[in-house]
Design a protein around this ligand. Structure first.
Ligand code: HMG
Ligand code: MG
Length: 299
């Protein structure tokens, strides 16, 4: 059944900005995140504590977090791949972290310099220590539908790898269509495969990229199956520098328009969000990909 309300997990400042060719100023990042919070977003993924050579765009992670006004009603999760990343996150006072696994061998190698099994050996001590420090840990899973090197990905394999993240102690599993190739039938199939291995729908989030224009249809399919957390990026910023042909995430504004039409509560002020994306598009020097931003702003 369709949920009455959902959580929007805003990833623009992380998934969006990690893929920019030019490095965005710390001050611009901080203002972007502050504006997202003012627009009513309550989960704003702020940055990543990954290797600065791998993702130079987010090398300023500590400075960005230090610039944010503390807010009781907003959480600022960050990505951490390993113990070094967790050390850095803890030094910055982070309370919510996410590890990010791959459902395929090739992408585990390209994105994490590891094999599918090695990535778990890397995450296990991270998740254990994060939880013992009282942190909340999300588990991302990439290449859940298609992989640019391996082609179609078997839903049973994705479900198996996803269940390992939950078993390891992740409180939530975010299903990533990293390269935006999925269609709604595949989404339903994967959700069935996850239910079959005992992963509860309440523990799931969906993370669609809009490369082939399917992100919103896929989200609708997931909502109909009861998923209550949806990842999106303001304006539709985004992509992964280590995945060929990955473009922007589902745009938060497009998601909000769909949710409003369906009567699903989300807590976001759409006008403020559109203003934020228009402001950000000026900082980046190009229009936001989001159709709703264009329709409402005339930009
Ligand atoms: P590696 O080179 O194998 O690392 O990279 P290593 O463990 O061999 O360490 C080498 C050196 O790096 C050491 O320094 C470490 O201390 C240092 P040295 O002793 O040589 O002086 N180091 C670090 N420094 C700072 N922070 C760290 C860190 N770790 C090691 N965290 C590693 C392995 C995992 C670090 C690397 O592959 C990496 O950083 N990968 C991240 C790639 C990434 O961020 N990708 C994008 C995010 S995933 C995504 O976008 C998908 C998603 O949106 C969902 C979807 O769409 O599907 C989430
Ligand atoms: Mg992504």
């Amino acid at each position: 059944d369709m949920p009455e309300s959902i959580t929007i997990w805003e990833v623009g400042a992380r998934d969006g900005l990690q893929n920019e060719s030019d490095i965005v100023d710390v001050g611009v990042k901080v203002e972007f995140i502050e504006r997202l919070a003012e627009a009513g977003l309550t989960t704003i993924e702020a940055t990543s504590f990954v290797h600065p050579k791998w993702v130079p765009q987010l090398a300023d992670a500590a400075e960005v977090l230090a610039g944010l006004k503390p807010r009781d009603d907003v959480r600022y999760p960050v990505l951490v791949p390993n113990q070094r990343g967790l050390d850095r996150a803890l030094e910055s006072g982070v309370r919510h972290v996410a590890v990010f696994a791959s459902a395929t061998e090739t992408f585990a190698n390209r994105n994490l310099n590891s094999t599918l099994d090695e990535q778990f050996a890397m995450f296990e001590p991270v998740v254990e220590r994060a939880r013992s420090e009282g942190l909340d840990v999300r588990g991302y899973l990439s290449m859940c539908f298609g992989d640019p090197w391996e082609g179609a990905v078997d839903p049973a394999q994705v479900a198996r790898v996803g269940a390992r993240l939950i078993d390891m102690g992740c409180s939530q599993l975010s299903l990533g269509d990293t390269i935006g190739v999925a269609t709604p039938g595949q989404v339903e199939e994967l959700l069935r495969a996850l239910a079959a291995v005992g992963v509860d729908v309440d523990a799931l989030a969906v993370h669609f990229h809009d490369t082939y224009g399917q992100a919103l249809s896929n989200t609708y399919a997931a909502l109909r199956q009861g998923v209550r957390c949806v990842d999106a990026s303001a304006g539709g910023l985004g992509g992964c520098p280590y995945a060929k042909s990955a473009t922007g995430n589902l745009a938060t504004e497009d998601l909000v328009w769909l949710l409003d039409g369906l009567g699903i509560a989300h807590g976001v002020d759409l006008d403020k969000l559109v203003d934020t994306s228009v402001w950000m598009s000026r900082q980046l020097g190009r229009p936001a990909p989001s159709r709703v931003v264009r329709a409402l702003s005339g930009d």
